[in-house]
Design a protein around this ligand. Structure first.
Ligand SMILES: *[C@@H]1O[C@H](CO)[C@@H](O)[C@H](O)[C@H]1NC(C)=O
Ligand SMILES: *[C@@H]1O[C@H](CO)[C@@H](O)[C@H](O)[C@H]1NC(C)=O
Length: 206
């Protein structure tokens, strides 16, 4: 038996599951769309992210990513129409954020929705903890046009190879997890809609 499967077994037997965050795109379509382009353009893979609880580091992340230059405040830029707030993915609150982050102009309410969800989740983990991410209610992000040069062939960008169903009836796509222990049946995912975790009950392979 490989090491990682012994480890997974240990996690299941001990009732400990790794931290995962369900990102609900309903009120943060633009920021979900930003993830989608980051994944497409940045070749990010599916690795987990590392929580950086040091809020003082965030302005540094925002500077490194370019967001602190307020690129979304210029009405002359065509991206202004998406909103005047600069959003970055990976989030400024993870160690992987900063210089290589993908930026998108979004509406401030979307930033607030995403930020509120993350704050709730971060209360359940510690600085330096790694976590996986799933997205749910992402269909509208899929339909959103990203740029003037939107390519209709990209419509299916959000159809990844695997979807998960959780015990609250929601469908998720996995966008970040541990390649050695992918999010699967029995694993828990923190979800703002229940202010707690929901459990994966089914894996659906395309
Ligand atoms: C966007 O959300 C983040 C996370 O909640 C927050 O730190 C930041 O101040 C927000 N930006 C604005 C301009 O509200
Ligand atoms: C969510 O749960 C936490 C801890 O159990 C609690 O402190 C917080 O107030 C809850 N939030 C909401 C919106 O109910």
């Amino acid at each position: 038996m490989k090491l990682f499967s012994i480890f997974s077994l240990f996690l299941i037997l001990s009732g400990v599951t790794e931290a995962n965050f369900a990102w609900d795109c309903t009120k943060s379509i633009g920021t979900c769309q930003n993830y989608r382009y980051a994944a497409k353009c940045g070749r990010m893979g599916r690795r987990r992210f590392t929580y950086d609880s040091n809020a003082k580091a965030r302005p540094g992340c925002l500077t490194a990513s370019g967001c602190s230059r307020n690129p979304c405040n210029s009405k002359n830029l065509k991206f202004f129409k998406f909103g005047n707030l600069c959003d970055e993915f990976p989030f400024a609150s993870v160690q992987e954020g900063g210089r290589n982050a993908h930026l998108r102009c979004v509406n401030i309410n979307e930033n607030r929705s995403e930020g509120g969800q993350l704050r709730g989740f971060y209360r359940t983990i510690k600085n330096g903890d790694k976590f996986g991410i799933t997205v749910k209610n992402y269909r509208r992000a899929q339909d959103l046009k990203g740029t003037e040069e939107f390519d209709p062939d990209e419509e299916d960008e959000f159809v990844l190879d695997e979807a998960l169903e959780t015990d609250d009836g929601e469908m998720h796509l996995v966008i970040a997890d541990d390649p050695d222990g992918p999010i699967s049946v029995g694993h828990e995912i923190w979800s703002e809609s229940v202010n707690g975790t929901v459990r994966v009950i089914r894996e659906i392979f395309e």
